[in-house]
Design a protein around this ligand. Structure first.
Ligand code: ADP
Ligand code: MG
Length: 560
């Protein structure tokens, strides 16, 4: 038996680990299962290239909780460690074995999915355990098993042990202040949170499986049952599969797997897949949003090689895409670093602009493939697209290809279609295109009628951020102006084909106008009587466009 000091410069790192990571104690399980997964995938790789002369078989990782013993065990059938390797990889805290492994097998290991390090690693076990044992046996022929024990001080012991099968068993003796982790329900919750899509099957207890009855079984036969492993994860989630091998049902099935409490189906999915200049896979879903600007639950989840990291993706995906759902998996996103660092990180910026571009391209291809379907879904996805248009320049630049402008009559125009259509009738004397729109078809009914009678197209733009979209369009397109149908200058701005002759003479008009104005008694409004005859309304009361916009902007929280 060897005794020695763990090679760290600080007197006792364990209180430090505990304090430093206070809020995140639960990640110990993620770290230990990641190590077990790494060890398993390393063995898979070594057997596949002929380096390891053992049977790979169908290895799994098992998690056991023993409340009486106050232990949690994580057992794998991976490469295991020799005594020298324990010395090297465990005792020299700062040394990352994964790094060395990857360095050595750099080229061949690239596609093997070996997880690499999170940076917290094995020692996160001491956030919840007062004593940790490692019982391990290397895959190498003739190696002896060893037991490493450490009680949270820098001293450890290392001795020979009897373990006949290959792999590693980590035994955590749970500390008094962490007994919540001895609850099966807590461990199950953590496994489902962090490990639901990890690449090696994870067993947690057993479950009863009912065998199918033989076809000729007499009526009343009781089906036989058997106890089988309760595997909590799906090692091959949809985002790791090539899009060409997936059907639309597969995507929907995966959506429900990701969000078990979500009963509605997504409208579209976008499969992300890039390996240069960074690695990223994932699937994004467009949920039915309507005019809803926030989704609090069932957010986009971030994974690193199939290990759940977080669903706080602010700074990684552009804000407008946080309205979507789905998964992003990338080994290139730096973890466990501060948000401000993340936002400044080059890789993160590239990822963000890649996703934006990909979503824009997908929208363009969806509308080309099936315009009718896209129009039908527009109302539920418009908020994402409009939000993207006002917040991401690159997205805005592409948006003419897919942003729709619906009319009060249920027609949908792309930008160019709209401007072509209204050019002949809605250009003022200075050559400005006047785009008429309503924000509420019921309230603005009579104005809409009046505009339609003149042959104008009236858009129905009713999302909460539309004032910002209009501002953006007016600021970047040449010679266009949006005017709400009930604005005061609709009549002045639009070129009329023929003058309207009123039945009232000027004196009658003046007195009627005065009368109405006195009744309303509010300078915010203007009374107009000019087109009394061509309109089914007796006269119109309008509010100046600038006043109305100011009010709208205030309602949606200022500029975009
Ligand atoms: P990292 O995973 O980033 O390398 P860890 O602190 O998590 O850092 O683990 C340190 C090293 O200990 C690993 O790189 C690996 O060499 C070794 N190790 C840890 N757990 C296991 C295990 N279950 N099987 C084999 N080796 C392991
Ligand atoms: Mg690790």
């Amino acid at each position: 038996m060897t005794k020695g000091n763990i090679n760290v410069s600080v007197e006792n790192i364990f209180p430090l680990i505990k304090k430093f990571l206070y809020s995140d104690h639960e990640i110990f399980l993620r770290e230990l299962i990641s190590n077990a997964t790494d060890a398993t995938l390393k063995l898979k790789h070594l057997t596949s290239i002929g380096e390891a002369k053992v049977e790979y078989g169908n290895p799994k990782i098992e998690v056991q909780v023993n409340k009486d013993e106050k232990t949690i065990r994580i057992i794998d059938q991976g490469i295991g460690m020799t005594a020298e390797e324990v010395e090297k990889y465990i005792n020299q805290v700062a040394f990352s074995g994964a790094e060395e492994f990857l360095e050595k097998y750099k080229d061949s290991a690239k596609d093997s999915g070996i997880i690499g390090h999170f940076g917290l690693g094995f020692y996160s076990a001491f956030m919840v355990a007062e004593k940790v044992e490692i019982l391990t046996k290397s895959y190498r022929e003739g190696s002896t098993a060893v037991r490493w024990t450490c009680d949270g001080s820098p001293q450890f012991t290392l001795e020979e042990a009897d373990k006949t099968d290959r792999g590693t068993e980590i035994i955590l003796h749970i500390a008094e202040d962490s007994t919540e982790f001895l609850e099966e329900s807590k461990i199950r919750e953590l496994l489902l949170k962090y490990n639901k899509f990890m690449p090696v099957p994870i067993k947690f207890g057993t479950k009863t499986h009912t065998l199918p009855l033989p076809e000729d079984a007499p009526e009343g036969t009781v089906a036989e049952t058997e106890e089988i492993d309760n595997i909590i994860n799906n090692p091959d989630p949809a985002w790791t599969i090539a899009p060409s091998d997936l059907t639309s049902e597969d995507y929907i099935k995966f959506y429900h797997e990701l969000y078990p409490m979500q009963f509605e189906e997504p409208l579209f999915n976008i499969h992300l897949n890039v390996d240069y200049p960074f690695n990223l896979t994932g699937i994004l879903f467009f949920p039915k949003l309507g005019n809803n600007l926030n989704i609090e639950k069932d957010k986009i989840q971030l994974y690193q090689n199939q290990v759940f990291v977080t669903d706080e993706v602010k700074g990684i995906v552009p804000d407008f895409l946080m309205l979507l759902r789905g998964v992003i998996d990338s080994p290139d996103i730096p973890l466990n670093v501060s948000r401000s660092y993340l936002q400044a990180d080059g890789a993160v910026k590239k990822i963000s602009s890649y996703i934006t571009k990909k979503v824009a391209d997908k929208m363009a291809s969806l509308i080309n493939e099936n315009r009718e379907d896209f129009e039908k879904k527009w109302n539920d996805i418009k908020i994402v697209i409009e939000y993207g248009m006002i917040s991401e320049e690159k997205f805005y630049e592409k948006s003419d290809k897919f942003a729709l402008y619906p009319t009060v009559d249920g027609k949908y125009f792309l930008w160019n279609e709209l401007t072509d259509k209204i050019k002949p009738t809605q250009t003022d004397k200075d050559g400005n295109l006047i785009i008429l729109y309503a924000s509420n078809a019921d309230e603005q009914h009579s104005y809409i009628q009046s505009a339609k009678e003149k042959g104008y197209e009236v858009l129905l733009l009713d999302s909460p951020i539309i004032p910002h979209v209009i501002q953006k369009l007016e600021g970047s397109k040449e010679k266009i102006s949006f005017v709400r149908v009930d604005a005061d200058h609709v009549n002045n701005l639009i070129k009329k084909d023929e003058p309207v002759i009123s039945k009232l003479n000027d004196t009658e008009k003046e007195s009627l106008k005065k009368n109405v104005e006195e009744t309303i008694n509010d300078t915010k409004f203007t009374v107009q009587l000019e087109d009394l005859d061509s309109n089914d309304a007796p006269f119109t009361i309008t509010q100046p466009e600038f006043m109305r916009r100011m009010k709208d902007m205030q309602a949606t929280g200022g500029g975009g």
